[in-house]
Design a protein around this ligand. Structure first.
Ligand code: ATP
Ligand code: MG
Length: 199
């Protein structure tokens, strides 16, 4: 593995099951004594915004003016990249954040420059599956989107990933997370850890 470390950015639209898949992949890594660090981009941004007194919960983040979100985004990228040196880091984040001003890129050029992602993972599911998961999950305050909007959001994320790959040279891996099959998605993420460790 290179001294720089490896950064795997794992994305997917809200409710697709990123955190579920990541938790299972991290469990597998732990069982194999694999040293992988997990960072949640939204949590790092939230900690910065909360310390500045801008928000009280993380679902208020995407409603902040886009210029404020961009400033915090940059600070978070720096904080994450400082921690990433020398090991495999998994960053739980979004390709595009749905804001009242339109889709905001999660990894614009200045974030890409700080993060230097090696792999971009897109976790995907059928729009109907995503809508159902959002409805069922009462722990979060997720936006309500029609099936068509969910589909478009997911397609836009593929385009954003391609743009980010063109900027960074990162590879793109699409991982389906269908109903009741989160363990298969987690297995694919885990295999990626192994491949990167061996490279
Ligand atoms: P956010 O971006 O908002 O943090 P997320 O992508 O991390 O969302 P999760 O919180 O992991 O999404 O999952 C959303 C809901 O979907 C949870 O209730 C979770 O249990 C459920 N879920 C995740 N994956 C699957 C799956 N493969 N089959 C069925 N339910 C799933
Ligand atoms: Mg999550």
């Amino acid at each position: 593995m290179s001294e720089e470390g490896f950064v795997i950015v794992i994305t997917g639209i809200p409710g697709v099951g990123k955190t579920t898949v990541i938790d299972a992949a991290m469990e597998a890594a732990k069982r194999e004594n694999m040293n992988v660090t997990l960072m949640n981009y939204g949590t790092v941004m939230f900690e910065i915004a909360k310390a500045e007194g801008l928000v009280e919960n993380r679902d208020q983040m995407r409603r902040l003016p886009s210029h404020v979100q961009r400033r915090i985004q940059r600070l978070a990228a720096r904080r994450i990249s400082e921690d990433a040196k020398g090991h495999v880091v998994l960053v739980d984040t979004h390709m595009l954040i749905r804001t009242p001003e339109g889709f905001l890129p999660g990894i614009p050029a200045w974030v890409a420059e700080e993060l230097k992602p090696n792999v971009l993972v897109l976790v995907e599911a059928e729009p109907e599956e995503i809508a159902r998961r959002r409805k069922k999950d009462e722990t979060r305050e997720r936006d309500v989107q029609s099936i068509e909007e969910i589909q478009m959001h997911q397609e836009m994320c593929r385009s954003a990933a391609a743009a980010c790959a063109a900027l960074t040279g990162a590879t793109i891996v699409v991982i389906p997370n269908h109903d009741g099959r989160a363990h298969e998605a987690a297995e694919q993420v885990f295999k990626l850890f192994r491949t990167l460790k061996e490279s």
